[in-house]
Design a protein around this ligand. Structure first.
Ligand code: NAD
Ligand code: WQD
Length: 329
């Protein structure tokens, strides 16, 4: 029996495949390589000694998925495949609904037809929008503020409805906070296409001399140093959370925050990166980025209590590994 990993060549998916293999699981990856590279497979093999079975296929391709489920004995699906750029989702909403929502519907149809009844889904803290309170618990209200966030919210609802319709179906909805960092080998990590939007890849561009300065979006937030506060989590901790979720999964739908529970500001991250890399990062004070919120960090205690999972890696480890991966790419 194997775990089917959709989007397994991507950033979080590739780290999770490594952890799955380390934990003795057989893995099958389906990815259309829209935002990743086939070299991820060789790198997973270099780290683990095992090359996962791979299908280059879009999750909206029902026949392609049926072939995968027919050719492999799949016990569960970890579903990462999706588009994730907030700004792009505002400009191209239908592309996001078609890929993230439509793709999931096709995937779950194929799962059900092949008797596969367990899914672990990549949701996001973005479903909380501007949160009711911090730290955010899973029962905070859900009000995403952009099409990307809406797709995550809609897929959560779809998976809940499938669980109601089929009492044996299990859906674990993992709401990630801000993943950064890379595998310690430096072989896999985040490789954004084009100019990145997220803080860590943008700091890295400055460190590599590809940009002059990091734009600090707002210094007037009601936070200790005036800059935005987020819950950054090491991608390897996040990957381990999927193994725990897979093991603990029960019939029905259940959501968990995957974060550290600690908030760091933009300036905290820049300072930590400077310390980890030994490189001075020039900053440029800019107005707030539209749509940003002041503070967002998790209460991850439900995942600790019910999944037996807790993030353990420090901010220094996140910065060191991010730079170790990116510096010579
Ligand atoms: P990523 O872009 O690196 O990985 C996604 C993978 O899915 C890529 O390899 C891409 O080629 C593939 N893919 C996209 N659409 C596909 C399709 N229709 N069929 C087959 N493959 C397809 O992104 P990531 O950072 O690894 O994120 C993984 C998941 O986690 C996404 O669903 C994302 O929305 C979610 N998530 C990410 C973050 C983050 O900040 N990185 C935070 C919260 C949630
Ligand atoms: C972090 C902080 C910025 C860039 C996004 C998505 C979210 C999730 C993770 C997928 C904020 C500040 C950033 C820069 C800056 N993805 N910043 N200068 O916005 O918390 O979350 O990625 O689900 O859905 O919305 O992450 O890394 O873009 O920003 O000052 O050049 O860094 O204002 O305070 P964000 P981010």
């Amino acid at each position: 029996m194997a775990i089917l990993v959709t989007g397994g060549c991507g950033y979080i998916g590739s780290h999770t495949v490594v952890e799955l293999i380390k934990n003795g699981y057989d893995t099958v990856i389906v990815d259309n390589l829209y935002n990743s590279d086939i070299s991820a497979l060789d790198n997973i093999q270099k780290i683990t000694g095992v090359k996962p079975v791979f299908y280059e296929c879009d999750i909206r391709d029902k026949d392609g998925l049926d072939k995968i489920f027919t050719e492999n004995e799949i016990e569960a699906v970890i579903h990462f495949a999706g588009l994730k750029a907030v700004g792009e989702s505002v400009a191209k909403p239908l592309m996001y609904y078609e890929n993230n929502v439509g793709g999931t519907v096709t995937l779950v149809q194929s799962m059900l037809e092949h008797g596969v009844k367990k899914i672990v889904f990549s949701s996001s803290a973005t479903v909380y929008g501007d949160p009711d309170r911090v730290p955010i618990t899973e029962d905070c209200s859900l009000h995403p503020t952009n099409p990307y966030g809406n797709t995550k919210y809609m897929v959560e609802m779809i998976l809940r409805d499938v669980c109601v319709s089929d009492p044996e179906f299990s859906a674990t909805l993992l709401r990630y906070f801000n993943p950064i960092g890379a595998h310690e080998s430096g072989l896999i990590g985040e490789k954004p296409n084009g100019i990145p939007n997220n803080l860590m890849p943008r700091i890295i561009r400055v460190a590599k001399g590809e940009a002059e300065a990091i734009t600090v979006f707002g210094k007037d937030y009601p936070t200790p140093d005036g800059t935005g506060v987020r819950d950054y989590i090491h991608v390897v901790d996040l990957a381990e959370g999927h193994i725990k979720a897979l093991r603990a999964a029960k019939a029905g739908a259940k959501e968990y925050n995957l974060g550290t529970g600690t908030g760091y500001s933009v300036l905290d991250i820049i300072n930590a990166f400077e310390k980890a890399s030994g490189i001075k990062i020039k900053t440029l004070d800019c107005p707030r980025r539209p749509g940003d919120i002041a503070t967002c960090y998790s209460d991850p205690s439900a995942a600790e209590k019910e999944l037996g999972w807790k993030a353990t890696k420090t901010l220094d480890e996140m910065c060191v590994s991010s730079w170790n991966f990116a510096k010579d790419k």
